[in-house]
Design a protein around this ligand. Sequence first.
Ligand code: KIV
Length: 276
Amino acid sequence: MYTQLEQRGMPEPPVNVSTLRRMKTDGEPIACLTAYDASYAALVDAAHTDLVLVGDSLGMVIQGYDTTVPVTVDDIVYHSRIVARGLRRAFLVADMPFMSYTEPGQALDNAVRLMQEGGAMMVKLEGGDDQVGIVQHLARHDIPVCAHLGLKPQSVHKIGGFKVQGREPEQAKEMLASALRLQDAGADIVLVECVPNEAGRAITEALDVPVIGIGAGPDVDGQILVLYDILDITQGRTPRFVKNFQAGCTSPLEAAEAYVRAVKDRSYPAPEHCFS
Ligand code: KIV
């Protein structure tokens, strides 16, 4: 009993929420990537990625949509299940898709599916104050939650595009207040997307739980990028915070290792990947 999670034939035990908290306390950057299938999951795991997200970005990079809005719970369950088979050490988080967490009961049912059918260890949902009740409900049922703040891609049609958030002091203050409320409600991780460095730093300093950034500057507890972006597979314009790690590497594994190394030694993100 109690041994399965520690015995996957790895010299190191698998990452869990306590590992991530300890990394924040110790100031060890948390390297995170997305993955959508078993082969790439095994590859990013071998590269020593700490956290793997089955993001609803799969709607754009796998399914070819312009946004993440069309992605369904069935899609995430399927991709999470196949990613879980490829992982040995990394912590697996799965996205709650658009409109899958509007009511507490519905959110709980869908989160349970992502964990039971998809093998996820945590679910991620987008939202600020509006999601405090949902996070509370999930946390009360021992569902680990990552709350996604800043640019919320599921709200793209409401925002009017993929835009930097928190540039106005008032907006940055509100974002920080929301992050604190989400933590109090039971969020285990806060993810912040596309905000000025200062906003990323302020949230990271204020919170006890790990803060993962994507386009949130260098002063967060960890970084995440879309795997296909670092491998330079994504077509079209890439956001400012993306770095092509495939350049100069001879394999995708080498590129993923270069990314993990750059996050750990804090050479990524560089000033050209950041917003002010
Ligand atoms: O869907 C996704 O991949 C994400 C990351 C970009 C953070 O939410």
